[in-house]
Write a protein that binds this ligand. Structure first.
Ligand code: PRT
Ligand code: ZN
Length: 216
């Protein structure tokens, strides 16, 4: 049995776009644990780690508060939630971008076109910072999902959402006009980990780097 002080609590997305690659990463590192059993917490049988399965939006807060020691989350969610944690490692999967899009029929000249207009998004912080930087005064309409339908129902002139292949925008009659943020999965850590846990984290990072070197 490992000394409990060195056991690393790891927060992973329970089910979604980050889950499969996150689970695979640990498997490739030779760290065994049960997933997909519906349990929200499990221990590894061969590494000093405990896994918590959560919604991605909750992961930065759990790592900041120390409920989890580390977590894997999209950089977009980490920046938007504005929680304090170390960005310890960039994992390179779940790549996507946060972009502004408008109806295809709109003749778009530049970001100043949004002055006095409204943009629907689930990322009010990142969008707000971007508009401020650009000196654009637009209204931000925060909605939690199905952002892409906002222009067609008259809710906003533009949208700001995650894009990967671009097919969702296309099928909603939208075109991408500005990319405001690029994201990938990142490993974040609590800022005040004790030395015993840092040792375990370093062992994990050593394995992750070895796996990634072998794959490149
Ligand atoms: O349930 P939970 O809250 O945990 O999950 P979630 O539904 O909030 O998130 P999830 O699983 O959809 O995404 C998790 C993370 O994956 C995101 O925070 C991003 O960092 C990353 N990611 C990578 C994506 C995409 N690609 C992606 N394509 N997140 C969302 N999308 C959505 C996007 O919102 C849009 O609706 O897919 C659509 C666009 O895809 P394309 O390929 O049509 O452009
Ligand atoms: Zn989420």
């Amino acid at each position: 049995m490992p000394n409990t002080e060195s056991i690393l609590r790891i927060a992973l997305q329970k089910s979604g776009r980050l889950s499969e690659d996150s689970f695979r990463l640990f498997k490739e590192c030779g760290i065994k644990f049960e997933s997909g059993t519906g349990k929200l917490k499990t221990s590894s049988s061969n590494f000093p780690a405990e896994f918590l399965f959560l919604r991605d939006d909750d992961i930065p807060g759990y790592v900041e508060d120390g409920v989890a020691d580390i977590g894997i989350v999209g950089e977009n969610v980490f920046v938007e939630t504005n929680r304090k944690a170390e960005v310890t490692y960039r994992l390179g999967f779940s790549k996507c971008r946060l972009s502004i899009a408008v109806p295809r029929s709109v003749e778009y000249k530049g970001v100043n076109d949004f002055n006095g207009k409204s943009i629907a998004t689930s990322y009010p912080r990142i969008l707000g910072n971007y508009l401020k930087e650009q000196g654009v005064k637009a209204e931000i309409h925060e909605i939690s999902g199905s952002v892409e339908i906002a222009p067609s129902i008259g809710l906003a002139e533009g949208v700001c959402d995650i894009v990967s292949s671009g097919s969702t925008l296309l099928s909603n009659g939208l075109k991408e006009v500005e990319t405001i943020f690029r994201s990938e999965a990142i490993l974040i850590s609590n800022k005040k980990l004790p030395k015993s846990k840092i040792d375990t984290l370093n062992k994990l990072l050593f394995r992750i780097k070895a796996v990634q070197t072998a794959q490149n």
